[in-house]
Structures are given as C-alpha cells and as structure tokens.
Design a protein around this ligand. Structure first.
Ligand code: PEP
Ligand code: MN
Length: 363
C-alpha cells in the first residue's frame, strides 16, 4: 500500500498538542461512574497529565453491565476542564454524541475500536464533525486491518478536520495472551510510514488488560517513538465498574510516569546536524546498513533467478516444485550456519520459510 501524506493534509501535531514537544499524556477512568469518582480521580492526577480522559457512553459486550452514566456527566467534565484548566477527551459512538460534545464545549474526542471497525458509522460520525474544530483521536479497529484504520482517519480528515491523532490499542486475536489484545506493533509502524506527520499514541491499558503488563507495553511504545500515551486511571481501580483489572491507581500512574520520565521529554528523533562522535558514527553505520541491504536484495534476486531456472528444469523432467527431503536438508544446513553466525534459529527459520514460500509460488 502506498499512501502519500499529501493525500491526508494532516496538520503538525506539535502545533496543537497541549504537551508542546513532550510526549502527550492522557489519563483518567475507563468510565465516568459518579461525580465523586470523577472529581477525586481528576484531582489526584491532573498535575501529572496533559488531557483528562473519561468514557461517558460505553459500548459493553454484556447488556447487563454498566454502560456509563451518559449525558449528565458532560457537565461534570466541563467543570473539571474549568476548575483544573485541563482539556478533557471523551469517546463518541454516534453523531448525536458529537453534537452533545460540541454543545458542552468539549474539544477533544476519540473514536473507539468498535466504531472504527464499522466504516459506515465512522462516516456518519465524520459527517457530523464537518465544520467543527474538534481534535479527533482515532483508535485502531478491533481487527488488524490497516486499511480500515487508515480509512477511518481519511474519512475524518475528508470533512476538513486536520487535528487528528491515532491511538494504538491492540487487536482482537487468538494470539493475544498474556495480553487482552495483540499489539501487532508492525501495524502502527506501517501507519506511521504511510502518514509520517500523524501522531500516534499508545493505549497500553486496552492492550494489556492487566495492570502488571502496562509498563512493559509503555516501554515498547516509547522505544518506537510513539507521540504519547493514554492510560486508564481510577481513584480505586479494584472498585471500577468497567475494565477494573487494567486501570492504574493515581499512585501507580505517578510511579510509572516517574520511572519513564527521561523518555517523556521529547521526540526521540535523532538530530543529525548535531556535531558529536556518536551521531557521526550513526550516520556512517546507517550508510553501511543501506549498502548491506542493497547487497542482500541483490543476492535474494539472484537466488530467485536460480529458483526460476530450476522451476523450468523440473517441468521438463515432470517433477513437482516441492521436494520435501531437499527442503528439510536446506533448512537443517541453514540452521547450522545460523548457529555458527550467532543468529537466532527462530529468526533464520522464519526468514527461510518466507523465501521458500516465495520460491514455490515462482515455480
Ligand atoms: C476505552 O478507551 O475505554 C475503550 C472503550 O476503548 P476501545 O475502543 O479501545 O476498546
Ligand atoms: Mn476501558
């Protein structure tokens, strides 16, 4: 898939981020449960964060579980915004929610994973955003389909919204364990490559599903230079009416932010104009990598040429492309080489399988 950023007309994140060039920190409860729960959570965390989050309406799997307190909580959120001078962000699940958000002076909204999986609903919500100045965060859809995620962003952008960010919250998958959702880090990275100026923040809470995994996911996201984090935080997580296993207490949040504070200062992009030895060395090593990659692809192309020639010869002698015994020998030998070179067997096995798969389709 090739997308040029000019198609998207996405405005620079830093020009509208309340966190300047620091990583954006959004936190707050999964759901608004009561005025007291909301204000006590806000009071305990506003000094540590840039935007306060809360779910006003919740899309729940089980119809008999708590589904949010709805419209009346918008007033409380407005008051938090005024009292603490901090913007709030809520999830919208319909055009009517957008209208209520605008009527209550809310400036930040997000579209959830159950919304972006539905392109028709995303389109309806996008239409309702037309002409507004809302900043819109777009979560990845439940399914690992980058086109749907890109499509949702594009639909929002098409109605004239330029203040857009993406939220990576992981994907529903049978391979998610021990997490709740599988991160599939390749997908946010691909999204970043498609729209380099689009800020992507990570929601470790919905990936993790359990408090104990949150820090590990946060560190991974920061190592990939994500633009920020959205972390569910509740005044008493063990009493939360939704997502209680994954919410942090205000104290946990503060400890986490302290422990990663050096990575929150700014973007990790290397300033290549900096005149120091480490940077000079990185520039040289990158040139080396560029040339090694070119050689590697040249060698792979030669390998496929040989494979195609063998394919022709196999046809002439009427034999099938897949020769299991030969393939087993090849793999055994390549794993031996891997061991000698100190490469992981698992990696070389995967690599050889990809190459073999392509070779068979060529034959
Ligand atoms: C949420 O952020 O509370 C939420 C419902 O998230 P998601 O859409 O990622 O499931
Ligand atoms: Mn939640």
């Amino acid at each position: 898939m090739s997308h040029t950023s000019s198609q998207y007309n996405i405005q620079e994140f830093s020009s509208w981020s309340p966190s300047g060039n620091k990583k954006l920190i959004i936190a707050g409860p999964c759901s608004v449960e009561s005025e007291k729960q909301l204000f006590s959570t806000a009071e305990s965390i506003v000094d540590d964060i840039h935007i306060f989050r809360a779910g006003v309406w919740k899309a729940r799997t089980n119809p008999n579980t708590f589904a949010g307190v709805g419209e009346k909580s918008l007033r409380w959120l407005k008051k938090i915004e005024e009292d603490y001078n901090i913007p709030v962000i809520i999830e919208v699940l319909s055009p009517d929610h957008v209208k209520q958000a605008i009527d209550n002076g809310i400036k930040y909204i997000w579209l959830g994973a159950r919304t972006t999986v539905n392109s028709y609903l995303t389109d309806e919500i996008a239409q309702s955003l037309s002409g507004s100045d809302l900043r819109v965060f777009v979560k990845n859809p439940l399914v690992p389909d980058i086109s749907l995620w890109l499509g949702a962003i594009q639909r929002i952008n098409k109605v004239g919204i330029t203040k857009i960010a993406a939220i990576h919250r992981g994907f529903q998958s049978l391979n998610a364990a021990p997490f709740r959702n599988e991160p599939i880090w390749d997908l946010p990275i691909k999204l970043k490559c498609s729209i380099p100026e689009l800020p992507i923040i990570c929601d470790p809470s919905h990936i993790a599903g359990k408090r104990i995994f949150i820090e590990e996911i946060v560190r991974k996201a920061l190592s990939l230079d994500f633009s920020g984090l959205m972390i569910e935080t509740h005044i008493t997580p063990e009493e939360a009416l939704s997502d209680k296993d994954q919410q942090l207490s205000p104290n946990d949040l503060r400890n986490l932010l302290n422990s990663i504070s050096s990575s929150l200062k700014s973007s990790n992009n290397i300033d290549l104009n900096q005149n120091n030895d480490a940077v000079k060395k990185i520039v040289l090593l990158r040139q080396l990598i560029d040339s090694l990659d070119a050689n590697m692809l040249e060698i792979i192309s030669q390998r496929f040429n040989a494979v195609e020639e063998i394919g022709q010869l196999k046809k002439e002698i009427n034999t099938s492309p897949l020769q299991v015994s030969r393939w087993n020998e090849v793999m055994e030998n390549r794993l031996e080489i891997a061991n000698k070179l100190g490469l992981s067997e698992e990696f070389v096995e995967k690599l050889m399988e990809i190459i073999h798969h392509e070779a068979l389709s060529k034959q």
